[in-house]
Design a protein around this ligand. Sequence first.
Ligand SMILES: Cc1cc2nc3c(=O)[nH]c(=O)nc-3n(C[C@H](O)[C@H](O)[C@H](O)COP(=O)(O)OP(=O)(O)OC[C@H]3O[C@@H](n4cnc5c(N)ncnc54)[C@H](O)[C@@H]3O)c2cc1C
Length: 283
Amino acid sequence: VKPAELTLLRPADVTECLDALAGDAVVKVIAGGQSLMPLLALRMSTPDTLVDIGRVGELAGVARSSRTVELGARVRHRELVDGSVGPLPAVLARAAAHIGHDAIRNRGTLGGSLAHADPAAELPAVMVLLEAEIVCRSRAAGTRTIPAREFFVGPYTTTLRDDELLVVVRVPRPKTGVRYGFVEFSPRHGDYARAGAACAVHVDGTVRRVDAVLFAVGTTPVDVSAAFAEVPGRAVAECPWDALAAAAVAGLPPGDQDTAARHRLATVALRRALRQAVEGGTR
Ligand SMILES: Cc1cc2nc3c(=O)[nH]c(=O)nc-3n(C[C@H](O)[C@H](O)[C@H](O)COP(=O)(O)OP(=O)(O)OC[C@H]3O[C@@H](n4cnc5c(N)ncnc54)[C@H](O)[C@@H]3O)c2cc1C
């Protein structure tokens, strides 16, 4: 099947993109096309106009401040994996390496993955873990900065408005004393995860804080950090990591057989991610 007839726009800058999104027509942004093209081909998405952001150079940039790295929406998965965008919390490269295959990572973009909001996708979960901020722009509302944890509201659903363009993702710079873990299970490498876990263990002599986010087990990334509330102040070796992982997943709403199977996988993924983090982890 081929996409329904539509108008293709190829704006040169963000202002032109926002003008295109501001009209009455049904308009969709296309970035890497790795998720949208199949939907167009199957006619599950039938916009009047497609706005191809592939020529908008300002969306591909990277800017650094003392505390954050601002990644343009068009930064590709491959750039996160190969580190060419500069030092980032290493959990990002680990997570991005699990997305599809080379051909998909060469085209797929950070902004596209976040806007698509697949509950089994890696990058939304990592952005929640890192407390990243998502910066969007529209002609009507100007610039909006949305914490990642408020951005994902359901399967394939975000707080992005139809006339908004995701422009930048603001990620904290790597911090000393924070170790990350990332583990996912999928039927084959490159497939979407059946269950996965990303965690950050903050250590300063003793454990100061643990953040953990699961994916592919709910309708959005699931923050289970509350399960680690008793950990601060304890020595790394004294924390019952496996029991904590089990308790974190046990707190999820139960479901059908498939949900139960995913929960079992998520427990193992979180256990292994925590072990990765405390045994050295990625910075
Ligand atoms: C075989 C295969 C396997 C895959 N496996 C995985 C996987 O394991 N994990 C995973 O996470 N993904 C996977 N993907 C999806 C892939 O990572 C996509 O690249 C990603 O989900 C979307 O990025 P994109 O740039 O291709 O976005 P597009 O497909 O171009 O767009 C996706 C959606 O985002 C919107 N959008 C894009 N950019 C913007 C923007 N700047 N502002 C506002 N809206 C925007 C579009 O309108 C569309 O709704 C797979 C894809 C394929 C084909």
